[in-house]
Write a protein that binds this ligand. Structure first.
Ligand code: TXA
Ligand code: MG
Length: 352
């Protein structure tokens, strides 16, 4: 067990001491859970292979899964990436700082532990000012995957980090809840056309708006065949899952409500144990005859993204066994929400 400190940083200018304290821990090789606008990250000095290994250990994560490297400003980019193609420049101008990660060729001396042995690096300049101040104070890029234990939903509050990582890391920054709520968009700029490997708050439409074109990797919406090459290793694993079994249900409010009420009725007739839950939109609640938990407003994909992981965590505490989730449409930011839910449901999808 490690001794974990809680460091409160609400405003990086006012809480200067906290920023320096977090930076000092990182500089001497420690692990710190830090806020970003997407999800909390578990940070280590990207150039310290031993610390990076400890991140895998604390998360209980397979070691071939490469990490995102966070920078505080563009001047830091050449420390991690070798090439900065024209499309990347345009995307940086449009979306950095922000929830966009770019895959670029890496510099030689960035450790294999950080990039999972790949010749490329995933790099992002976050919008959140607390993490940017910490990177600046530590004067080193920070490798940071999401600060959850591997397999459990990503953390969107500091309390989620405390629940998952207390005793496993050196410090947790107590800061505000994440405003976006799902992990950054990952886009590869290694080919001719930008390729979205993981959808997030920056949408494929927005990327096409800047670069003229975009492709979305098949693995975003489909389970890749066993033998397919995996471009983004993180997509391989069952992810974001609560202990309850989830089924994603796509359809209008009417179709969804009828489906859920039918399933519940049938289970009752068969004398099956209860524990059926509806994870739905605000508008669905009063039509449903099972216990409900809402994760936002229908078609307001930003609200759904913000609530998603916290609600997935709550399901276990509520004792849900089988959860019927009303799917968002896979469009705009809804694509990111849909993508996470599909994985949480291990691809169990019903389209009505
Ligand atoms: O919003 C985020 O991106 C958060 C916060 C903390 O910044 N971080 C995050 O990291 O989600 P993580 O490690 O949970 O997800 C990183 C994703 C994985 O799917 C990984 O496979 C992919 O990025 N990735 C990292 N390096 C890559 C590379 N060189 N090529 C392709 N995919 C890569
Ligand atoms: Mg993650």
């Amino acid at each position: 067990m490690k001794k974990t400190e809680l460091i409160s940083i609400m405003d990086p200018q006012e809480d200067r001491e906290g920023v320096e304290q977090a930076a000092a821990i990182l500089k001497r090789g420690g692990l710190v859970a830090v806020p970003t606008e997407t999800v909390y990250g578990l940070a280590a000095d990207a150039f310290n292979p031993q610390s990076v290994k400890e991140v895998y250990f604390a998360k209980g994560r397979p070691q071939d899964n490469p990490m995102i490297v966070h920078i505080s400003d563009l001047a830091m980019l050449p420390r991690v990436a070798k090439d900065f193609p024209e499309a990347a420049k345009k995307l940086a101008e449009a979306f950095w700082p922000g929830p966009l990660t770019m895959i670029l060729p890496k510099v030689e001396n960035l450790p294999d532990e950080t990039t999972g042995g790949l010749a490329t690096v995933a790099v992002r300049m976050p919008q959140n000012e607390v993490i940017r101040a910490i990177i600046e104070a530590a004067d080193t890029p920070l490798a940071a995957p999401s600060a959850n234990r591997s397999g459990s939903p990503s953390p969107t509050t500091y309390q989620h980090c405390v629940d998952d990582l207390w005793g496993l890391v050196d410090a947790i920054v107590e800061s505000e809840d994440c405003t976006v709520g799902v992990e950054s968009t990952v886009v590869s700029l290694l080919g001719e056309t930008p390729l979205v490997l993981r959808p997030g708050a920056v949408t494929p439409e927005e990327i096409a708006g800047v670069c003229g074109e975009v492709k979305v990797d098949d693995a975003v919406l489909h389970l890749p065949p066993e033998d397919a090459p995996v471009l983004s290793p993180g997509m391989k694993y069952k992810h974001y899952s609560p202990a309850a079994k989830l089924r994603l249900v796509r359809g209008s409010q009417w179709d969804y409500v009828n489906y859920v009420n039918e399933v519940a009725k049938k289970a009752e007739e068969e004398g099956a144990p209860n524990g059926i839950f509806a994870m739905c939109f605000d508008e669905d609640i009063h039509h449903l005859e099972v216990p409900t938990i809402s994760y936002g407003v229908a078609y307001d994909y930003e609200s759904q993204a913000r609530e998603l992981f916290d609600v997935l965590r709550q399901l276990d505490k509520l004792g849900a066994h089988f959860v019927l989730v009303h799917a968002p449409e896979p469009e705009g930011v809804g694509l990111a929400v849909y993508n996470r839910l599909l994985r949480a449901a291990a691809f169990d999808l019903v389209e009505l």
